[in-house]
Design a binder for this molecule. Structure first.
Ligand code: NIG
Ligand code: FE
Length: 421
């Protein structure tokens, strides 16, 4: 059963000339410069952007296309949620209550909760059930303009269950007509059958590297490989072992790095040319320099920071000074960030982390695309890209990061089709 999802292939085509759009600086790259304050046009043909520029100069070749009047709407590229754990069974409201009673994330994990409690629920669920659970989560993100999303495994921690998560992620992308990038996060936590055993962590890391990753990669299910490098998860040496296995298969890496402590994971990841290092509250100056040199994106996850009532801020000023691109994501997961609004994350990145509004907007578009290796297709309104953009019912771009829980009714062009009103 495919669950009750409307086929997105029936959404109307966006092919045509989109007129009267208000560009957002830095998120548009026009073929012919658009004068400051002027309205602009985007031409879509065959599901891709063919031309971007001022209204008055649309090339004659496109004159016969249908026209869509943007009525002056502020228009951004489709949003990109570059770090999620969207596919899982169960939920963890009980841990929310435990933390309210004073327990820390690490204490909850050590008490048998945390990631492994989601592992139990995910292993019990079948593929169709996981799909049905994840679909409404995805729909909430899509309704707010998300056009590309990363979905990690990491709640299966055994080949068949990791496969199940990644297959569901891919099915979601097909059913909803959204770009899904799948990340294998087999090294997320020690599965219960290895926990407490001497050498268990090394044995499981070997399994991840020698069996799980090669099998899933051979099935074409892995776009990137991630590890949770932390005191309560995997060591630096185990992380490097996983990175080596990924390198052997030619798959790019990313890392859950320096969330609770400075493990030096970011510098290691940068040495492996990582797409991104994520969380990074405890990132050091060395880590920043290594990321800058490697072109690695810093992914900020204010939802997890907020939920865990963290007080150790990521080094934003130093990242900014070094010129490391900063992305912002939901980190949607049932434990530390049950968040389903990327705009709310943009708000929290500004309010909690002191990003500027333009930084936050680039963080949920251009830089997020780069964190997924999608910089040539997503995250910017420009010719040659797939047609992914959003017309917002707001008076100025800053409103996208300003409202708390506004849920704006926007017109969304995703994969060349029109969604929303
Ligand atoms: O990104 N930090 C590790 N992984 C997730 C949390 C997963 C969980 O608690 O279920 C994160 O925050
Ligand atoms: Fe995460």
């Amino acid at each position: 059963q495919q669950s009750a999802v409307p086929p997105t292939s029936s959404a109307p085509s966006a092919d045509g000339v989109w007129t009267h759009l208000r560009p957002v600086a830095a998120l548009w790259s026009a073929d012919v410069p658009v004068p400051e304050g002027a309205l602009a046009c985007v031409v879509v043909q065959g599901g891709a952007v063919q031309w971007v520029g001022p209204q008055a100069q649309v090339p004659a070749a496109f004159a016969g296309l249908p026209r869509f009047d943007g009525k002056g709407a502020i228009t951004t590229p489709g949003l990109v949620d570059c770090h999620t754990h969207l596919v899982y069974g169960g939920q963890r409201a009980n841990e929310f209550a435990m933390r309210l009673a004073g327990a820390t994330y690490e204490e909850v994990a050590k008490a048998g909760g945390g990631i492994v409690s989601s592992v139990r629920a995910t292993r019990e669920a079948g593929e169709d059930e996981l799909f049905a659970l994840a679909a409404p989560r995805l729909q909430a993100l899509l309704a707010e303009g998300v056009c590309a999303i990363e979905i990690k495994s990491g709640y299966g921690l055994a080949l068949e269950h990791e496969r199940k998560q990644l297959r569901v992620a891919r099915r979601l992308g097909e059913a909803f007509g959204v770009t899904v990038r799948t990340t294998f996060l087999g090294a997320h936590a020690l599965p219960p059958e290895y926990a407490g055993k001497p050498g268990g962590s090394q044995d499981y890391t070997d399994l991840v590297c020698n069996e799980m990753l090669p099998a899933l990669a051979a099935e074409g299910l892995v776009n990137a490989v991630d590890v949770f490098c932390e005191r309560i998860a995997f060591t630096l040496a185990e992380t490097e072992q996983v990175f080596q296995a990924a390198r052997k298969l030619g798959i790019p890496v990313k890392l859950h790095a320096e969330q609770l402590s400075d493990m030096g994971g970011s510098a290691l990841a940068a040495r492996y040319g990582a797409l991104s290092c994520d969380h990074i509250e405890h990132l050091s100056a060395d880590g920043i320099a290594a990321m800058k040199a490697a072109g690695t994106v810093a992914v900020l996850l204010p939802g997890a920071y907020y939920t865990l009532r963290d007080t150790h801020l990521p080094p934003i000023a130093a990242l900014r000074a070094a010129g490391v691109p900063m992305a912002v994501s939901t980190d949607h997961n049932p434990g530390t960030s049950p968040a389903l609004s990327l705009l709310l994350m943009a708000n929290m990145a500004c309010t909690l982390f002191r990003l500027t509004v333009p930084e936050a907007l680039a963080g949920i578009t251009t830089h997020a695309a780069r964190a997924l290796g999608l910089q040539s297709t997503h995250g910017l309104i420009a010719s040659g890209r797939s047609a992914n953009f959003v017309l917002w019912p707001v008076g100025e771009a800053a409103e996208l990061a300003y409202w708390l829980g506004q849920k704006p009714t926007c017109t969304i062009v995703r994969q060349g089709r029109i969604h929303g009103v």
